[in-house]
Design a protein. Structure first.
Length: 403
């Protein structure tokens, strides 16, 4: 060691944000304890969630190191896309070959037919699904420090970029749930691999930055936060849809869970945290919330950007006012008064959800009873996503075009 070289500072087992607001988070997590039938908190699981906040996707991390500008055999994103489409060659660096191999390995539990059923069910949830993902999943997650602070640091969901990033999420979700989307050559498979690579690059970049406080927040893209993010698209999305009047039978629920279990597998989520039922996912999410920290100013910034963006994407006027009022209504329903105050938003009466609940009751209990009705709901959902993407992204409708 040279005279001016400082010894590496040992990191704690868990970041300091771990269990940073126990009373508050226990109150927020209580409904999930009921849904997951959690009789007693598994303290070992909570501690493990804290520990994995300091761990990353190592397959992705190796690829990210190979993508650094000074890497001896540098891997470009074009090389990643080529290897995903055509398969890696012996001349490719080991990190790229290992990354593609991890994606190509099919788990023994994968059922392709169930995957397709889950995708169809997910499409039929339509705009209600996207409303829940925005209010309960995305904005709801901003109540806790860590991931919200990373998003502010990257600039990915602040200011004008908020609507663009929201559009990227819609592009990915549509690809994942499209017919054949998760087949080896499907667009959903490719974009999921792209997301995993980008997660790894962000983790590598910020993990090496002196501006990122790993001791406080954990690794930028860590294994616990990744598992929590995955849950937002499956069990959380279905929970919110049910609150808004959408009927989801048990067999359909299991199919949706299977779809996102496979997506999580491709993203590098730990396999012991990939769940087959809503109940098991809710039980895990209950413990995940107990492990979180307190509120962060980043949450207010991110939420305000998305709420106000609902107005500006329509160019203001009455439609813009209603779109903003509608998302505030969803936030009031899902997060309550305290949630709105945590995120710096006005407390409103959620009257805008009434027609949505009425529509969902008719569609999911009556229209979805027939095969023709289910196909119509899927087509309408796809058309709705296209219309929303036109507002958010204009002519740039692919994930590759907007990243």
């Amino acid at each position: 060691m040279t005279a001016d070289a400082a010894p590496a500072r040992a990191l704690p087992t868990c970041p300091t944000r771990f269990r940073g607001a126990p009373s508050r988070n226990a109150r927020i997590a209580r409904p999930l304890a009921l849904l997951g039938r959690v009789r007693e908190v598994d303290e070992g699981l909570v501690d493990e969630i804290g520990r994995r906040m300091m761990l990353r996707d190592e397959v992705g991390a190796a690829l990210a190191r190979a993508m650094r500008p000074d890497a001896p055999q540098r891997v470009t994103m074009a090389a990643v896309e080529r290897a995903l489409g055509q398969g890696p060659t012996d001349a490719d660096p080991p990190a790229l070959r290992a990354f593609v191999a991890a994606l190509e390995r099919e788990p023994a539990w994968l059922d392709r037919d169930l995957l397709e059923r889950g995708a169809a069910v997910y499409r039929r949830m339509g705009s209600t699904r996207d409303d829940v993902l925005l209010a309960l999943a995305l904005i709801g997650g901003y109540r806790y420090e860590g991931p919200a602070d990373l998003l502010v640091a990257t600039g990915g969901l602040a200011g004008r970029a908020a609507m663009r990033r929201l559009g990227e999420t819609l592009v990915w979700g549509r690809a994942v749930s499209a017919p054949g989307g998760m087949a080896r050559g499907g667009e959903g498979f490719r974009l999921t691999a792209h997301v995993r690579a980008m997660h790894a690059v962000v983790d590598d970049r910020f993990g090496r930055s002196p501006d990122w406080d790993t001791g406080r927040y954990g690794l930028p893209v860590n294994r616990s936060d990744l598992a929590g993010t995955l849950a937002l698209f499956s069990a959380t999305a279905m929970l919110g849809a049910r609150v808004l009047g959408h009927r989801i039978p048990r067999a359909d629920s299991d199919a949706v869970m299977h779809l996102w279990r496979y997506v999580g597998f491709l993203l590098g989520v730990d396999e012991d945290w990939l769940f087959t039922t809503e109940r098991a996912q809710h039980a895990f999410d209950h413990h995940l919330l107990l492990a979180q920290g307190g509120p962060t100013p980043a949450g207010v910034e991110l939420t305000t950007a998305l709420v106000e963006g609902q107005r500006t994407k329509h160019g203001g006027g009455l439609r813009g006012w209603y779109a903003r009022r509608r998302v505030l209504g969803h936030l009031r329903l899902f997060l309550g008064r305290d949630g709105l105050r945590d995120l710096g938003q006005p407390v409103v009466v959620p009257w805008t959800v009434v027609p949505q609940v009425a529509r969902n009751l008719v569609e999911s209990w009556v229209v979805a009873r027939s095969a023709a009705g289910r196909r119509w709901l899927e087509r309408r959902s796809d058309a709705g996503v296209d219309a929303e993407l036109a507002l958010l992204l204009g002519s740039r409708r692919s994930l590759a075009a907007v990243t």
